[in-house]
Design a protein around this ligand. Structure first.
Ligand code: ARG
Length: 230
């Protein structure tokens, strides 16, 4: 029994939404990005094998709960709502929300809310912020808030002129501004922190992840990943 346990290292299935550079994206058919490498380093320390699965962001928590994935590593903000249904690791990143528009557009943050069309990724904190602070306050008609499965789709709609702005996490907005014809026109200070999510009560896996995160921070290994992706 012991031998088979040692030989067959457990495979941990990691769900992500690979549309979010520099945290998770696909390059040459490979899962790359800060979160992906962070999970690879955690797996090395904790001694498990990894399998990555790509899905829409709003499917991650249901997939975790259904046991289809063991971990969600997706620049996921630790929120009170989510903490009711999944458990989070210690925080590993901080972010706010940013508003991006096409680089050649003269939209400013003041005219955006109202008759303009704003894109978000379904179920993200950007979606939540726009829903609570714009739609529910009557500042933006519901039909003008466009929800997308992925930021890849939202970006192409922005570039095609089908929407006027996207609200998304600040580090990713900055990355898009550096690599695509878009610019950041505003920041919404939300003070979010990212955590790695596991199924509620999966203490064994969560402890391993937290222990490995600590090691990566203490040894400075995490700085190599930061240098690589930021
Ligand atoms: N941090 C935001 C949230 O938790 C957005 C995360 C989106 N992640 C992704 N891989 N697309 O809602």
């Amino acid at each position: 029994l012991l031998i088979s346990f040692v030989l067959f290292a457990r495979t941990v299935t990691v769900g992500t939404s690979a549309d979010f550079p520099p945290f998770e994206y696909i390059e040459n058919g490979q899962f790359v990005g800060f979160d992906m490498d962070l999970m690879r380093e955690i797996a090395k320390i904790a001694g498990f094998e990894l399998k990555f699965v790509d899905m829409s962001f709003d499917s991650l928590i249901p997939a975790l709960r259904a046991g289809q994935i063991d971990v969600a590593a997706a620049a996921m903000t630790i929120t009170e709502e989510r903490k009711k249904v999944v458990d989070f690791s210690m925080p590993y990143w901080s972010a706010d929300q940013s508003i991006i528009v096409k680089a050649d557009s003269d939209f400013t943050i003041t005219v955006l809310f109202g008759k303009y069309r704003i894109g978000v990724q379904t179920g993200t904190t950007g979606d939540l912020w726009c829903t609570e602070n714009l739609v529910q306050k009557g500042l933006l008609p519901e039909r003008n808030l466009k929800r997308y499965d992925t930021f890849i789709l939202a970006l192409s709609d922005l570039l095609n002129g089908n929407i006027d702005a996207i609200v998304l996490d600040s580090p990713v907005a900055n990355r898009f501004a550096a690599t695509k014809p878009v610019k950041v026109v505003g920041i919404i200070v939300t003070g979010e922190q990212y955590g790695i999510a596991v199924r509620k009560g999966n203490k064994e896996l969560l402890d391993k992840i937290n222990q490995a995160l600590k090691t990566l921070i203490e040894t400075g290994k995490i700085n190599e990943l930061i240098d690589k992706y930021f």
